[in-house]
Design a protein around this ligand. Structure first.
Ligand code: FAD
Ligand code: DLZ
Ligand code: SF4
Length: 526
């Protein structure tokens, strides 16, 4: 008896030849379906560069699969009979190819998993949902580790992962005697340091065609579509990894938290988008960094710092996402309700740090971690922005954003909306932190050393306003004891002045939004 033909749906972030679903196929007999669909391009209005990146990478990957001998049914967004949705595309393919067996590697987002789980009965075929073994921790491993714990600290999970994968280990102990070298990784950028240029790939005909298509169909989406410089194939993504290891990794640790006016890339790796869509595997990036340490081309603080991001944070947030879904997206522990200000879209604010990070976001669909966390995220936390609006913003503006990674970073890391499941204390900071780690304040309308008054840096009074507002929640947190002791020393007049300034700032924020609707421009006048 002939084995029934299988149809394997490969999603836009599953562009890995060794994907668990693809491994089950007989290339001559079975089919792969890849579909550009409005459903995925529009469920949030993704940055134009993100759509162009995904479509171009999908088209290149499909061509590579074909040349390796697979039968690929590829549906372009401009195909006249494109159904617009994944289910309808799969249904049509099962009918036209006479398929009774569908196989899919589990998607990265709960939203899609919930849909796929209903497909078997709707399609009338067997639907196998396979684990995504590109990740280095299984869901079961994370659940077993998390079970019974009140707080889920990344640091301890990271140690388990280091041991599991034997990364930077010697005789069962961490190399150098410590698990974490973060203490050494907080330097400000020196003035004269040369910063390597990011990799820049010439557009081929395929990417040019995609760019035209995106311009036409998604014109109202956020962000600059061109210039487009990202890698769209595995070969190109590997060359980005190599140039990071050769040119940036050695200083990655030292300047990991630094920010600099006009400098968008610094010593970061710029590979999150490639790992997240599958053009690179997390393990190969970890091994490449580890190898640089053994070869003596990068110091331990840099290599451990980088590996902790990929093996620690990345796996941890993915575990936390599936462990906490559904429901995590609705959490709002600090009861934050303020609407997202319009300047998150336009960048038009006199607060230079925010304006710079939003410019980078708009131009590149990228901002590095400290920009996302300590500038944009810090503002969202201190201003009490509504978590669902903040989530949507982060999910659509960044080229590497998928809900499994965006949501824990937003609700857990920046907004403390999960009541401390992820973070032991909120990442709240005054202007002093931004001034310490960047030169943004030198270019700002506001004065970072002024605490109150028209010229004062808004982060200064918003920081204290946040601590006052949430005193009941945080005053007994041992990690915040010192700051609350400082707050206690403030006079009643100081506290009143902080409140008055913060309320005036929030009023102004509201008015800027209203003006924006009328004039399509917003600037702070406060
Ligand atoms: P590098 O600084 O070079 O770090 C190396 C790698 O470590 C990254 O490529 C990434 O794979 C991993 N990594 C680092 N930090 C994290 C983290 N906190 N969570 C998960 N992985 C991490 N990252 C995403 O990939 N997608 C997102 O949607 C996303 N949203 C974020 C939202 C907020 C509010 C914050 C604070 C962080 C978010 N991050 C997200 C994490 C991090 O900011 C990006 O991974 C990083 O900036 C990507 O740039 P890079 O490749 O140059 O990273
Ligand atoms: C992000 C994205 C976009 C913009 N477009 C598509 C698409 O047209 N077809 C597709 O299969 N995948 C796309 N993706 C990626 C999916 O949104 C992603 O697979 C899910 O969010 C699960 O992580
Ligand atoms: Fe940002 Fe305040 Fe510095 Fe201006 S002064 S750049 S608002 S931290």
């Amino acid at each position: 008896m002939n084995t029934p033909t299988k149809l394997c749906l490969v999603l836009g972030d599953q562009l890995t030849a060794s994907l668990s679903s693809i491994r089950t196929l007989d290339p001559k007999h079975d089919w792969i379906l890849m579909a550009e669909v409005a459903q995925e391009a529009k469920y949030v209005k993704h940055h134009k560069k993100k759509i162009a990146f995904i479509f171009s990478a999908m088209r290149h990957f499909a061509a590579e699969l074909k040349s390796s001998g697979y039968q690929v049914r590829y549906r372009r967004i401009d195909d006249g009979d494109n159904k617009g949705g994944l289910f309808d595309e799969v249904l049509l393919a099962t009918q036209e190819l006479n398929v009774k067996h569908v196989v899919i590697t589990k998607p990265g987002e709960y939203r899609l998993l919930a849909q796929f789980e209903t497909w078997s009965s709707q399609l009338g075929t067997q639907v196998d949902l396979l684990d995504d073994d590109r990740f280095l921790a299984t869901q079961t491993e994370f659940e077993q580790w998390a079970k019974g714990k009140k707080q889920l600290r990344m640091e301890f999970f990271y140690r388990v992962m280091r041991q599991k994968w034997n990364v930077l280990m010697e005789n069962g102990k961490p190399i150098g005697g410590k698990w974490n070298y973060d203490q050494q990784n907080r330097k400000k950028l020196p003035k004269q340091l040369a910063i390597p240029e990011p990799d820049n790939f010439a557009l081929d005909a395929c990417t040019e065609e995609v760019i035209k298509e995106v311009e036409q169909r998604f014109a109202e989406h956020f962000g600059d579509l061109t210039p487009f410089h990202y890698a769209v194939t595995r070969t190109q993504a590997l060359s980005v990894l190599t140039s990071f290891i050769d040119n940036r990794l050695a200083l990655f640790g030292d300047y990991q938290d630094a920010m600099q006016q006009g400098q968008d890339w610094l010593f970061h790796s710029h590979i999150s988008l490639y790992i997240n869509v599958g053009l690179l595997t997390p393990l190969e990036t970890i091994r490449a960094a580890e190898q640089a340490y053994y070869a003596g081309t990068a110091p331990l603080n840099a290599v451990e710092g980088f590996i902790r991001q990929v093996l620690g944070w990345r796996e941890y947030v993915r575990g936390l996402y599936w462990f906490s879904m559904p429901g995590y997206e609705k959490r709002n522990g600090l009861q934050a309700t303020r609407p997202l200000p319009d300047f998150f879209w336009t960048g038009k604010t006199k607060m230079n740090c925010l304006s710079e990070c939003i410019r980078n976001t708009r131009e590149n669909a990228y901002a590095h971690h400290i920009q996302r966390l300590m500038v944009l995220g810090n503002f969202a936390l201190l201003a009490g922005l509504n978590p669902e609006e903040v989530q949507e913003w982060y999910l659509l503006v960044y080229i590497d954003a998928f809900e499994w990674v965006e949501l824990p970073n937003v609700n857990g890391m920046i907004l403390f909306a999960d009541d401390g499941l992820l973070a032991s204390k909120p990442y709240a900071a005054s202007g002093a932190y931004i001034n310490k780690m960047s030169n943004y304040c030198q270019h700002c309308h506001y004065k970072v050393n002024v605490k109150l008054g028209e010229d004062a840096c808004p982060f200064n009074y918003l920081y204290w306003h946040f601590l006052i507002k949430h005193k009941d929640k945080f005053a007994n947190n041992p990690r915040m004891a010192m700051i609350y002791r400082t707050l206690e020393k403030k006079t009643e007049e100081d506290v009143q002045a902080i409140k008055v300034h913060s309320h005036a700032f929030f009023e102004q924020l509201k008015r800027s939004g209203e003006e924006l609707d009328k004039n399509a421009q917003a600037t702070f006048t406060f």
